[in-house]
Design a protein around this ligand. Structure first.
Ligand code: PBG
Length: 331
């Protein structure tokens, strides 16, 4: 028998048992780092399932209270609210109406779980406009960046008043962080934080979300959201937002953009979040429903990958369920 050279390095040594693997794991998920995105619909009289997002609903006020309590009990870190108003118009009036559905929802969440969960708004106009775009339209039909900033600044104040701890700026207008920060500071709201969707791509993976917010969008958002072909630009966007006073920067979607996430995490010294979006959920749920993927392992692996790439905070529709799994794992 010829004697083969034996390996001197044996990485397998640390993979031999569950406790060993757990001991040497470089990255871990934690419930406190998860944000649960939720939908509150003005016209819902009972929770309405969203067909393309299995397990996710448009809430009523009562079911939202219950979901928020469950998230808090499971140890989730934050809750992010999207409002679905009954009426939409060209300027998204409901967005700045203190009695509008999203602002009522923020107040409800602040009252219900405000001591336990970070209450995060969505600061964008698309849920409120009849044309479905994230800002005001100019005469030529394009989104008018600077006119939109005025609306965002108004929204910042109303959402602060409603009780949001953190404002989630998701519109991808240039200068939106500086505009909202100035508006908040001018009103003495220096303690209200800004989470900026800095590197938000014009993604097909938002498809199911459009159903979730009854979006009227015709066309697409490629004239303001980022081109999926661009990587360096993601870092540029994040650095601009840091300069303008963002407290947290976000990359969105998550799984297809781990390179961008990794770059951003290496470039900024503030917390970095990632948003596992509606299409990421839909793919896994559809495959799992067919028995083609192990649902729990796929969800855990995708979240772990997002964390490994550099996200310290992850927004995921599975937040409460995953938080429960993590608690089980501790016993
Ligand atoms: C815009 C917004 C969108 C999502 C979150 N905020 C939609 C878009 O930009 O088209 C998508 C979230 C998801 O797909 O889960 N307010």
């Amino acid at each position: 028998m010829t004697s083969l050279p034996l390996p001197t390095d044996r990485p397998r040594r640390l993979r031999g048992s569950g406790p060993l693997r757990r001991l040497v794991a470089e990255h871990r998920l934690a419930a406190a780092d998860l944000i649960l995105p939720v939908f509150l619909a003005e016209e819902a009289t009972e929770p309405r399932p969203i067909a393309s997002m299995p397990g996710v609903v448009q809430h009523t006020e009562d079911s939202l209270r219950a979901a928020a309590q469950e998230a808090a009990a499971a140890g989730v870190g934050g809750i992010m609210l999207f409002g679905v108003p009954a009426t939409k118009d060209a300027v998204g009036s409901a967005a700045t109406d203190p009695a509008g559905i999203a602002n009522r929802g923020l107040a409800l969440l602040r009252e219900e779980v405000g001591e336990d969960l970070v209450v995060i708004s969505d600061l964008c106009l698309d849920e409120f406009t009849d044309h479905g775009h994230c800002g005001l339209l100019a005469a030529d039909g394009t989104v008018d960046n600077d006119a939109t900033l005025e609306r965002y600044a108004e929204m910042a104040l109303v959402q602060h008043e409603a009780g949001a701890h953190v404002l989630g700026l998701s519109g991808m207008m240039d200068g939106q962080v500086a505009a909202c920060r100035a508006a908040l500071d001018g009103a003495g709201a220096t303690g209200t934080a800004i989470l900026s969707y800095s590197a938000k791509y014009a993604s097909a993976f938002y498809g199911p979300f459009r159903e979730a917010v009854d979006s009227q969008l015709r066309g697409d958002r490629r004239a303001y959201q980022m081109d999926p072909a661009n990587r360096a630009e993601g870092t540029r966007e994040a650095l601009l937002d840091v300069e303008q006073g963002a407290d947290i920067v976000m990359v969105k979607p998550a799984l297809g953009y781990l390179d961008v996430l990794s770059d951003v995490a290496a470039s900024v010294d503030i917390p970095v979040a990632a948003y596992q979006v509606s299409g990421e959920l839909a793919m896994v749920e559809a495959a799992a429903a067919n028995g083609w993927l192990d649902r729990r392992r796929t969800i855990t692996e995708s979240l772990t990958s997002i964390r490994r790439a550099g996200a310290s905070i992850i927004a995921t529709y599975w937040a409460t369920e995953v938080a429960r799994w993590l608690a089980e794992g501790e016993h």
